[in-house]
Design a protein around this ligand. Sequence first.
Ligand code: PEP
Ligand code: MG
Length: 582
Amino acid sequence: MAQVIYKGIGSGSGFAVGPSIIVHRGELAVPVSTIKKGEVERECLRFSDAVDITRKQLSRIRDSIAKAMGEEAAFVIDAQMMVLSDPACIDETEKIIGKNLINSEHAFNIVMQSSIDALSSSNNSVFVDRVQDIQDVRRRLLSNLLGLKHQVIPMPDKKSILVINHLAPSETAQLFGSKYVGLITEAGGFTSHIAIMARTMDLPTVLGVDNITEIIAEDSKIIIDSMLGQVIVEPKKDVLEEYKKKRRKYARRRKYFMEAVDKPAISIDGHKITVTANMELPDEVSLAEHYGADGIGLFRTELLYIQHEQLPFEDEQFEIYRSIAKQVSPHAAIIRTFDVGGDKLGNLFQYHYEPNPFLGFRAIRIGLMYPEILKTQIRAILRASAYGNLLIMFPMISLCEEVVRAKEIIEKAKAELRDEKVKFDENIPVGAMIEVPSAAILSRDLAQECDFFSIGTNDLVQYTLAADRGNPRVADIYQTYHPSVLKLIKFTIDSAHYAGKWVGLCGEMAGEIRAVPLLLGMGLDEFSTVPARVPVVKKVIRSIEFNKAREIAEQALRFTTQSEVISYLDEQVARILPIDLL
Ligand code: PEP
Ligand code: MG
C-alpha cells in the first residue's frame, strides 16, 4: 500500500508507531422485530448472554484501570456495573420481551430509554452522571447483542493505535495503562478535554482528522506525529527510519528537561516562579511529584461528578481532598469546584439539549443554581484544609456577583463546621478563574473579591475569538497568541497585582515553551500545566533573565496578528534554549 499522510491537530506528546484499531461510532441502529411465544425463552437467553459478556468486559476494564490508576479511579466502571445489576434493567427487559413479544435489542432499548427520559426530564444536574453511565451501558450491551464489536473500545493485547470518532472523558481515562500507544480522533481541538487527558497520560495523539475512521483500514501500519499533527499511514521505509531518529531525539529532549527537575524555577537574575501541575484524577498527584511540580495549580474535580454512580458524597470527597493535601504538603493544591458542562457531559448532550453548551448551563452557574451541591463540595474542601494547604477556586466566573454569592456559600459552610466543631483553615484562600472576557475586563473589581486569580486560557481564547475549543473546523481562528487574548492576560495580571494579589495561569498555554518568556515577562506568578510539561517550563525559566522576558513581553504585545507574535517568540526561544532540542 502507498504511504498517505493526513493532517490534524497534534497534542504535542511525541510520536507513536503501531497497527490501527478502528472504532466506528455512528448512532446504533436498533432492529425492531416481533417474536413468537415459543421464542421468548431463546430471546431471553440471548439477552442474558449479552449481559454476561458485557459484565465480563466491564470487569476486565475495571481491573486494568484499578491496576494502572488505583481503586479510586475504577469507580467509573463500578457505576456502570451497577446499572447492569439493577433489576429494573434486567428483569424489566425480560418482562417486556415476554409481554410485547419483541426482540431483546428493542426491549432493552425501551427500558434504557425510559430510564434516561425519567432522569433527563427531572431537569436536575444531580442525574448528569447517571445518564452518562446508562448511555455507556446501553451502547455496550446493544453492541454485544448485535455483534458489533466496533462500538466499544476493545482492549488490545499488543501495542496499538486507537482510531475513533470521539471519546467520552470516562473512556479516555480507560486508555491509561492500556496497550494503546497512540490515539487518533475525528473530533476535538488542542485544548479539548480529550487532548488534555491524553497529554496528562503522555499519549501521542492527533485530533480533528476528518473522516479518519472511514479512511484507514483495520490493522494498517501507522505513525502518529503529535508534534506536527500528522498521521502517516503505511509509511515508506525511509520515513520509518526518519521517525526512529525523531523518537530518539524526543527521548533526549525529555532527558534534557528532566535534568534538575527538582530545582526551583528561578530566573538567571533571581526571580522566583511557582510551577504547579494540573490534575484530573486523584491518583495524578504522584505524576506531579515525579515531574517536580511545586504543588497542584488546578484539580479539575468535575470527573468525580461526571463518572460517578451518584453525586459524590461529602465524606468521599473529603477523603480525596485530604489525601491530596497531605501528599502535596508542604506545597499547596488548588481545588476547583466542579466545572461540569461544555464538553464534559459526553452523551448527555442529546438529552439535555442546549444549542450552545459552552455558553450555557456550566460550572459555577450550576453550583449557584444548586447551592446545596456546591456547599457539599465546599464543606469537603474546608474539612480537608485542616490537613494541608488547600485553596478554593471557582470556574467560569463571568459576573462579580457570582463570586460574592459563591463566597456566601463558603461562609455558610464555615458556620456549619464551626457549629459542628470541625476543624478547617479559617483563612483558606478563595480565587476565581479568569476565563471569560467579561471577567478579564472586570478583573480590577474582581480582584477586590478574590485572594488570587488563575487565568484559564483554554476557555478565554474560545470566548474571546468566538471559536469552539473542540471544533477542528475553527481551529485556525482559535488563536492562543492572538493580540486580543494577550492584552486580556496582561490586563488581568496587572489588575491582580494592583490589588496586591497573585495570579497564575492554568490553561494549556502555560506548558508551551514559547509562552514561558512571554508570560514570565508579563509578570505571571504561577504556571500550572500538565505534569509532563512542568520540567520544560522550569527549564525555560531557569534559562532566562526576568528583565529580558519583560522586554520580550513588551515587544510581543505590540503585534497585531498571531503569526507575528509566534514567529517573534519562537525566534527568542531559539536563542534561549539549544536549538536542536526544539
Ligand atoms: C481553561 O479553561 O483554561 C482551564 C484550565 O479550564 P478547563 O480546561 O478545565 O476548562
Ligand atoms: Mg476552563
